[in-house]
Design a protein around this ligand. Structure first.
Ligand SMILES: Nc1nc2c(c(=O)[nH]1)N[C@H]1C(S)=C(S)[C@@H](COP(=O)(O)O)O[C@H]1N2
Ligand SMILES: [Mo]
Length: 329
């Protein structure tokens, strides 16, 4: 594992120009080409015209700017908004990549609240407005890797989940955190598929949940989340396979025992609890050594090498010191 080179540049390598360039790239991809300056101008922009082909236009979504993170930037092109909002996994709305965009308009995202419960001294509920105001919203560009072998680079808007978790006092029993997605019987056509035991549930070890990289996410590309990307609030855990990043979260539960996620229950031989991106450990049915970057690479373009911990090893490898990552997949 240690012979992997982590692509995240040293802070000294990130010149203001490269940061600005990456911002400009995604602004272009979000249809904000004219905006050479920062997000401050966003809310004042007039109605914009976007690629007519895109079914979800960024312009139809309310602005939700974040302070550009200096730490969490990538020197890789950002995935075009139209790809990030039309090639999705959100099984509550169907199994095909195109289903969430087609079907998720029925998701009811307001009113919305998130309960923090379980092994805490006093449970607390936060409505969306309270969540947005809890900590300064940041814009962080993260590399995302789906277990199916594709990846994207997405400018998320949110703040470290730890800011929310610190609002409650866990009991001494709290060792893990569970994330529970919403179930809306009438609005989610995918619930008819019994492949998953609804609600969609994911989990992290407490130290993983508290890690600054773990992002409580309310927006992307400077706007609120499109429904298909898990509106109005989701998790993003960039060093793990995409399925750990639960969408449309209604509850966060501190628990004592390692939770069983929806995917572990569904196919225990293929999905474990940790699900760290690891090019050296194959999925039982396919290699994880390479990936296809959505939107950027043509069908015949060479695949990219998948990076240990999806490139976030400098930050997170220490969480797994001494663990056999082949066993703890
Ligand atoms: N509730 C819920 N969350 C979910 C999923 C899902 O089906 N339901 N799919 C996961 C998978 S497999 C991936 S790759 C990411 C995709 O997020 P994106 O569509 O925003 O790229 O969401 C994850 N979160
Ligand atoms: Mo995924």
């Amino acid at each position: 594992m240690s012979n992997y080179r982590y692509p995240r540049p040293d802070a000294s390598e990130i010149t203001p120009e490269t940061v600005w360039q990456s911002r400009r790239d995604w602004m272009k991809s979000a249809g904000l080409a004219a905006a050479g300056t920062a997000m401050a101008g966003l809310s004042g922009l007039p109605a914009m015209s976007f690629a007519a082909a895109a079914k979800t236009s960024a312009g139809a979504l309310a602005p939700l700017p974040g302070i550009p993170s200096k730490e969490y930037v990538l020197m890789e092109p950002v995935t075009p908004f139209k790809d990030a909002s039309s090639y999705n996994n959100f099984y509550e709305f169907g199994m095909d990549k195109a289903d969430p965009e087609r079907n998720a308009h029925t998701l009811r995202t307001s009113p919305w609240s998130v309960r923090i419960e379980g092994e805490v001294v006093a449970p607390k509920t936060f409505d969306l407005d309270a969540l947005r105001k809890l900590a300064p919203l940041e814009e962080r560009v993260y590399r995302m890797r789906c277990v199916e072998g594709w990846s994207m680079v997405i400018p998320w808007v949110g703040y470290s989940l730890s800011a929310l978790l610190k609002q409650v006092q866990p009991t001494g029993n709290a060792k893990y955190v569970e994330f529970i997605s919403d179930v809306q019987e009438k609005n989610m056509p995918g619930l008819y598929s019994r492949s998953i035991d609804w609600p969609y549930v994911e989990g992290l070890r407490l130290d993983e949940a508290m890690h600054p990289l773990t992002l409580l996410t309310m927006g992307m590309y400077g706007r609120v989340l499109p429904n298909q990307n898990g509106a109005p609030v989701r998790l993003v855990v960039p060093w793990k396979y995409g399925f750990k990043s639960a969408k449309s979260i209604v509850a966060i539960r501190f628990v004592e025992k390692q939770p069983s996620s929806s995917w572990m229950k569904s196919i225990p031989s293929e999905y474990g609890f940790y699900s760290n991106v690891n090019p050296e450990v194959s999925h039982p049915r396919w290699s994880q050594a390479t990936e296809r970057r959505i939107g950027e690479d043509g069908l015949f373009a060479p695949k990219r090498k998948t990076l240990m911990f999806n490139g976030y090893g400098n930050e997170v490898a220490s969480l797994y010191q001494g663990m056999d990552l082949r066993k703890n997949f």
